[in-house]
Design a protein around this ligand. Sequence first.
Ligand SMILES: [Zn+2]
Ligand SMILES: [Zn+2]
Length: 316
Amino acid sequence: MTDTRDKIVNIDAAGDIILVVGPEKLRLRVRSLFLKAASKLSGTILGPYWKEGHDILGTGLPVEIVLPEENATALRCICAILHHQIKLLPQIMAVNDVLRVAVTANKFGVVDALTFASQFWLYPLNRGANDLIVLAAAASLFKNAQAFRDITKALVLNYGDSYLALLSEDIMPILGERVFCLLEEQRGFARLKLGEILIKGINALACVHRCGWTSKYAFAYMKLLEAQDLWPTSLFVVAEAIERANMMPDPIPEESSAQCRYGYKHFVPEYRKSFRYGLDDLTSRIGICLHCFHSNQAGPAFCQTAHEHQNLPDQY
Ligand SMILES: [Zn+2]
Ligand SMILES: [Zn+2]
């Protein structure tokens, strides 16, 4: 561990407080007014007994408040944001640091003040499942319903393995086991629905005359689904299967059909176009609602009433 006891990070060089944080004793010079103004709790970062005027103690020197149990990286980030010192934030935040900030902010009642900054940290793009579940826990603490939905959506659509492999001691107290049931339920729904959309393509064309054109195309289509790993039992990673469906060529029957006087009506259906509505509808429904997750302990994986997926109000 680096010894930082002589180093002061001047978040506010004229601050009246020095927070001495964590076992490494990182010293953060801050202004008590900013910390108090941001918190919704009486027991703020300054402690429950802090009073205005007891800060300077007549010495003109800042007062030290020792917080040995807190995480130094998290409190440094939080104080930087509360003092509008965005340049003191790391350019890239590791997901575990995002979670530490969320835990600390939640404990000190300053979550609302971090809403804007946390939106950048919670962005799920190009994240693996192990990172996503940590971000989901952070989004839950930040009460960011849109981020929670986007992150859990990525976990449902982009991940094909067991959710139990993502269990960890850090996230269990925050999300509990229930989140894994909901993710599994949504992924099961997504796989079934995708299978249904693809299988429906068999009936996408019909000539009612006995020319055999319909059945030969339907057979070619079924063979194509198998060849493209789009058979219902092959849809492990939903987003990858959707990608394969969007790239799928048109089926080509192996045998030609009999002469048909309505042959001029034999149009090959636009399979990819016909999938589009169903696939868009499917993906728009995926993602766990933070309102339902926080309020309904035994609820289903999808909202029963419409919810705006924005930040949760304070009562959650
Ligand atoms: Zn026909
Ligand atoms: Zn809901």
